[in-house]
Design a protein. Structure first.
Length: 450
């Protein structure tokens, strides 16, 4: 292995992602090798290298995905079955395979299609893709389309009518500001999804897909098929082959979820895809990601976030998301700021604002840390009336946070804080006793969780 000539590299500004990496020239291809596990592994876009480092542009060599490194050779595999799944397939139930463009859903669809052909299934079959909009990799929908064409199946594409995932986060932040100003929440609520609150999955995928399938197939049983595999995580290792699906169950038929390749190792996933002449998503083969989801996902590793930022298609949503970090003072992933992933992409003014946002976040957290836990709301409602001293503390905290973030908060003195808590406690007690109260209670719940 030899390095590119050091003097040549030192004359150019090194891309932050490539700093400290080893390079190798092989024929027409330039490969990079990360020096630490925290960075992604894969081939560099040579167009990007040319722009950042002055290196001549050459063809990109596609790499072996990192998740296949050291894995045994893949082999043909079969779907995982249960008596319940087989009974519905015998009744020619609707089979809907959720696809994202990622490897597991591709392999799942391929395996299920082969099985349905083998057993002579005559019911409807379709692929379903929930398009999250600007946050999607540009290759995700085309990848799903290539899969549908190869299988000869219909591809049903679903989109949220009220806006895409970026819209959802931005609207959530605006609602959060309103909640805070009205004292409908005690601490400021972040705009982002979290691992424990994945409304990006529940609202934007699961609910939309279930609604679309029920509308499309009002009668008959429905099998929702996923590409979940036990090898992926400790939580998924405990998941069953099938489970009842209450969202798909209705008077006209039952619904279940079938995890058809749950026992498969990753090498068999790759084998199934290549065996039918399809290719893996470019996120794996060109940018070295370990998984395909949103281009910047709340569940992504730091390595995957950095690798995703290498793709020019992802720069626009990246900048938009950093702007929301700045506006809200909440990092995208807990204490991990998206603005730190690829600061070279950001306009200089936004880099400065991101630095200020981190300082504001630290101040906000320190201020809100003074609030006693018993004064926080539970399920959107207070549990007690604050004392005079506690109300004074809450009022002071609200004044400081409002000034810090430029809010127009109400309830910034002790009396108004106590009055607001008392009003909400009365509504909580009267909840469900009258139509007007129910409407107000519903509004309060919406403000706290929407």
């Amino acid at each position: 292995m030899r390095r590119l000539c050091e003097p040549r590299l030192s004359r150019h500004k090194l891309h932050p992602f490539l700093a400290g990496h080893r390079f190798r020239k092989e024929g027409c291809s330039l490969h990079f090798y990360p020096c630490g596990d925290a960075l992604p592994h894969g081939s560099v876009s040579l167009h990007h290298l040319r722009n950042e480092m002055g290196i001549i542009e050459e063809p990109v060599h596609f790499i072996t995905p990192r998740f296949l490194e050291g894995a045994p050779q893949g082999k043909p595999n079969q779907v995982c079955l249960s008596p319940e799944v087989e009974a519905l397939l015998d009744r020619d139930a609707v089979v809907a395979v959720g696809v994202s463009g990622g490897k597991d859903s591709d392999a799942c669809a391929i395996a299920v299609a082969k099985h349905l052909d083998a057993i002579g299934h005559k019911g409807p079959r379709l692929l379903v893709h929930s398009d999250l909009g600007r946050i999607e990799w540009k290759d995700s929908l085309p990848s799903c389309e290539r899969l549908a064409h190869r299988l000869g199946w219909e591809l049903l594409v679903i989109r949220r009518q009220a806006g895409d995932m970026l819209d959802r986060w931005e609207v959530r932040w605006r609602n959060s500001v309103l909640r805070y100003e009205e004292l409908s929440c005690v601490k400021l609520i972040l705009p982002w999804s979290t691992p424990s609150m994945r409304f990006c999955t529940s609202e934007m995928k699961t609910h939309l897909i279930s609604s679309a399938l029920k509308k499309r197939f009002p009668q008959g049983d429905i099998i929702n098929v996923t590409g979940i595999r036990r090898q992926e995580s400790p939580n998924r290792s405990k998941m069953p082959v099938w489970a009842p699906n209450s969202e798909l169950t209705r008077k006209g038929g039952v619904g279940i979820t079938w995890n058809a390749i749950i026992e498969w190792p990753v090498q068999d996933v790759a084998y199934a895809i290549h065996d039918v002449g399809l290719s893996l998503h470019e996120a794996y083969t060109r940018y070295g990601l370990s998984r395909v989801s949103c281009c910047f996902c709340i569940m992504s590793s730091e390595a995957d976030l950095i690798a995703s930022a290498m793709c020019e298609d992802n720069h626009e949503p990246y900048i938009r998301m950093v702007q929301l970090e700045v506006k809200s003072s909440f990092a995208f992933q807990g204490n991990r700021w998206l603005s730190d992933v690829a600061p070279h992409i950001l306009p200089s003014s936004l880099r400065s604002e991101a630095k200020q946002a981190k300082a504001i976040a630290a101040q906000r957290q320190a201020i809100e840390a003074e609030i006693p836990k018993h004064l926080l709301y539970e399920s959107g409602w207070p549990t007690c009336l604050p004392t005079r001293d506690e109300a004074e503390l809450l009022a002071r905290v609200r004044r400081q946070v409002s000034t810090l973030l430029g809010f127009n908060a109400q309830c910034i003195d002790a009396v108004s804080v106590q009055d607001r808590y008392a009003s909400l406690l009365a509504l909580k007690e009267a909840k469900g006793k009258g139509g007007v109260v129910e409407q107000v209670a519903s509004r309060q719940a919406e403000l706290c969780f929407g």
